[in-house]
Design a protein around this ligand. Structure first.
Ligand code: NAD
Length: 280
């Protein structure tokens, strides 16, 4: 049986240390504040918002919510961001994205003040991750993967890591963070050939394909650590990941469950970014 890398436990430990930091900031008259900007009411956004609100409350982070209608003009979104950027009481901004339809996702991301970019969407934040210079934050989910592995003392230095997925939100930044930890990293994607064989070569397999049940017993071998980033809602309301957990768990050394894995850690990382921004 594999060790379960439970995000909830790792997030609890981080939340406790963050609460101490917010208390110390409170003593200096600073309350860290996260602004959430959401357009429309998609269920996935609402679910993430609920867990972010809960985590912020636990960490002592104040929240300002901006909710705009589906048909909001692009300029209104940009104006809201300008107001948040100049509001000295707001330290971090989280956008529920990608923005679709008539809204220009790239232009909206670019309008976030880099020092308040709590989820690594601006060019300045990406530069920190890719060039290793600057003070930008990594996308919360990518950082959550690394922090979860660290919490469970999974060695990364010199290990072979395979990341399935090359998005700017997870695949690419998590690959850069693994490189920073001195892992040898291979990034797999939809054009990768012989994916099962490649995955079996990994010591650490990070699965962020957004493809339900993509990874099964043919992709793994004993001794591996598997991080399942995927989240899919099933018709009965339950959640599952990109990994066929029942097949993979009996084979590997350790695995993150879905739910209760990376997702739980993501909101704690978000709070850590807001608190760090507030303390600067
Ligand atoms: P995305 O669709 O932007 O990117 C998916 C990537 O996986 C692409 O680069 C694609 O090339 C690759 N891919 C897709 N199918 C593949 C296949 N069959 N073989 C090999 N590669 C394949 O998705 P994303 O935004 O990176 O999110 C990935 C998953 O993570 C989704 O399930 C999403 O719901 C989940 N997610 C989880 C959290 C969390 O907190 N746990 C946060 C954000 C996203």
């Amino acid at each position: 049986m594999a060790e379960l890398l439970k995000g909830a436990l790792a997030a609890k430990a981080l939340t406790e240390s963050l609460r101490e930091k917010t208390a110390a900031l409170g003593g200096k008259g600073v309350t860290p504040c996260l602004a959430l900007l959401r357009v429309g009411s998609q269920e996935a956004d609402l679910a993430y918002e609920r867990s972010a609100l809960k985590r912020c409350e636990q960490c002592g982070v104040a929240v300002q919510r901006i909710v705009l209608p589906e048909d909001v003009p692009q300029q209104t979104v940009l104006d809201e961001l300008t107001a948040l950027n100049t509001n000295r009481g707001v330290h971090g901004i989280l956008l529920f994205r990608p923005f679709r339809g008539h809204l220009d996702d790239a232009a909206i991301c670019a309008a976030v003040a880099p020092e308040k970019d709590a989820d690594g969407v601006t060019a300045a934040s990406m530069s920190t991750i890719y060039a290793g210079r600057g003070k930008g934050f990594a996308p919360c989910t990518a950082e959550a993967c690394i922090r979860l592995l660290r919490h469970y003392d999974v060695p990364l230095d010199g290990k072979r890591a395979v990341v399935i997925g090359r998005s700017f939100v997870i695949g690419k930044p998590v690959s850069m963070l693994l490189l920073r930890e001195n892992a040898t990293v291979t990034v797999a994607h939809t054009h990768t050939r012989e994916l099962p064989e490649l995955c079996r070569q990994a010591d650490i397999l990070i699965v962020a394909a957004g493809h339900r049940g993509l990874v099964g017993k043919e992709h793994v071998r004993p001794g591996q650590v598997v991080v399942d980033v995927g989240i899919h809602a099933l018709d009965d309301g339950s959640l599952c990941g990109d990994v066929r957990f029942d097949e993979v768990e009996p084979i590997v050394a350790a695995i993150t469950p879905v739910p209760g894995g990376v997702g739980s850690m993501t909101t704690a990382i978000l709070c850590s970014h807001v608190i760090e921004a507030a303390s600067r």
